[in-house]
Design a protein around this ligand. Structure first.
Ligand code: ZN
Ligand code: FE
Length: 254
């Protein structure tokens, strides 16, 4: 059993601090900043054993250096980013089975946002750390990879069990919800979920994590191969790759 603590960073980043109380192991995922992490650790007198990065962007690794200096933690990061992230101890690639906070974790390579991006899946804990690949009602912008790569990456994540809780990298949920409603206006489940989301945000609560099963029916970026949904976005193609690309481009300019 692990405890997953959500730490806010910058204006909308989420850092996840994982604590395995039984084994006394503490790990952090995507520490964009060190300050809030150190404060959190000091409040509980925890040592930081592991730092894990999903990809090389500064808002996910910016706290690495200071945390490594203070705690001498083990740094786990994608093999593709070996020259873009400093001081990596463990390089990971697709399908690797590793241990994070003493929990068996599968590495899932999800190129698209960046070429090296990886997500971390803990089957026994029913949770996924999706970085900037999948957000609540959204997905990451496609910077380094192709649209086809991003769609394939999202399909990999979509194939995980419905009861998986997804811990994502940015609080973009409100703007994602607006876009999802815009292109999928007749989705009742989406409407209901948006009310829940609004209620959370109104009282300052994070919307992370979300449940993957429901997400499969309401996140437009997971539904490019769904015939009903395709009709509602009125695109003249049945090719999921083209539909995904069209939806992503629409969102970029929304
Ligand atoms: Zn990023
Ligand atoms: Fe980011």
């Amino acid at each position: 059993m692990i405890e997953i603590n959500i730490i806010n960073a910058f204006s909308d980043n989420y850092i996840y601090l994982i604590r395995n109380e039984q084994k006394k192991i503490t790990s952090v995922i995507d520490p964009g900043e060190s300050g809030p992490v150190i404060k959190f650790l000091e409040n509980r007198s925890w040592h930081l054993d592991e730092i894990i990065n999903t990809h090389h962007h500064h808002d996910h690794i910016g706290g690495n250096a200071k945390l490594l200096e203070v705690y001498k933690s083990k740094l786990i990061a994608p093999i593709y980013d070996k020259s873009r992230i400093s001081n990596i101890d463990v390089l990971v690639s697709d399908n690797d089975l590793i241990s994070i906070a003493g929990i068996k974790t599968k590495v899932i390579h999800t190129p698209g946002h960046t070429l090296g991006h990886v997500c971390f899946y803990m089957a026994d804990e029913k949770c996924l750390f999706s970085g900037d690949t999948m957000f609540y009602l959204g997905c990451g912008r496609v910077f380094e990879g192709t649209m086809d790569q991003m769609w394939s990456s999202l399909l990999k994540l979509r194939s995980l069990p419905n009861d998986t809780l997804v811990y994502f990298g940015h609080e973009y949920t409100s703007s994602n919800a607006k876009f999802a409603n815009h292109i999928d206006p007749n989705n009742k489940m989406l409407k209901e979920t948006c009310i829940e989301i609004e209620n959370k945000l109104e009282i300052g609560l994070p919307t992370t994590p979300f449940e993957l099963g429901k997400e499969k029916t309401i996140n437009p970026f997971l539904r490019a191969d769904n015939p009903n949904f395709i009709n509602s976005v009125a695109l003249k193609t049945n090719n999921p790759n083209e539909i995904f690309s069209a939806i992503r481009l629409k969102k970029d300019n929304f």
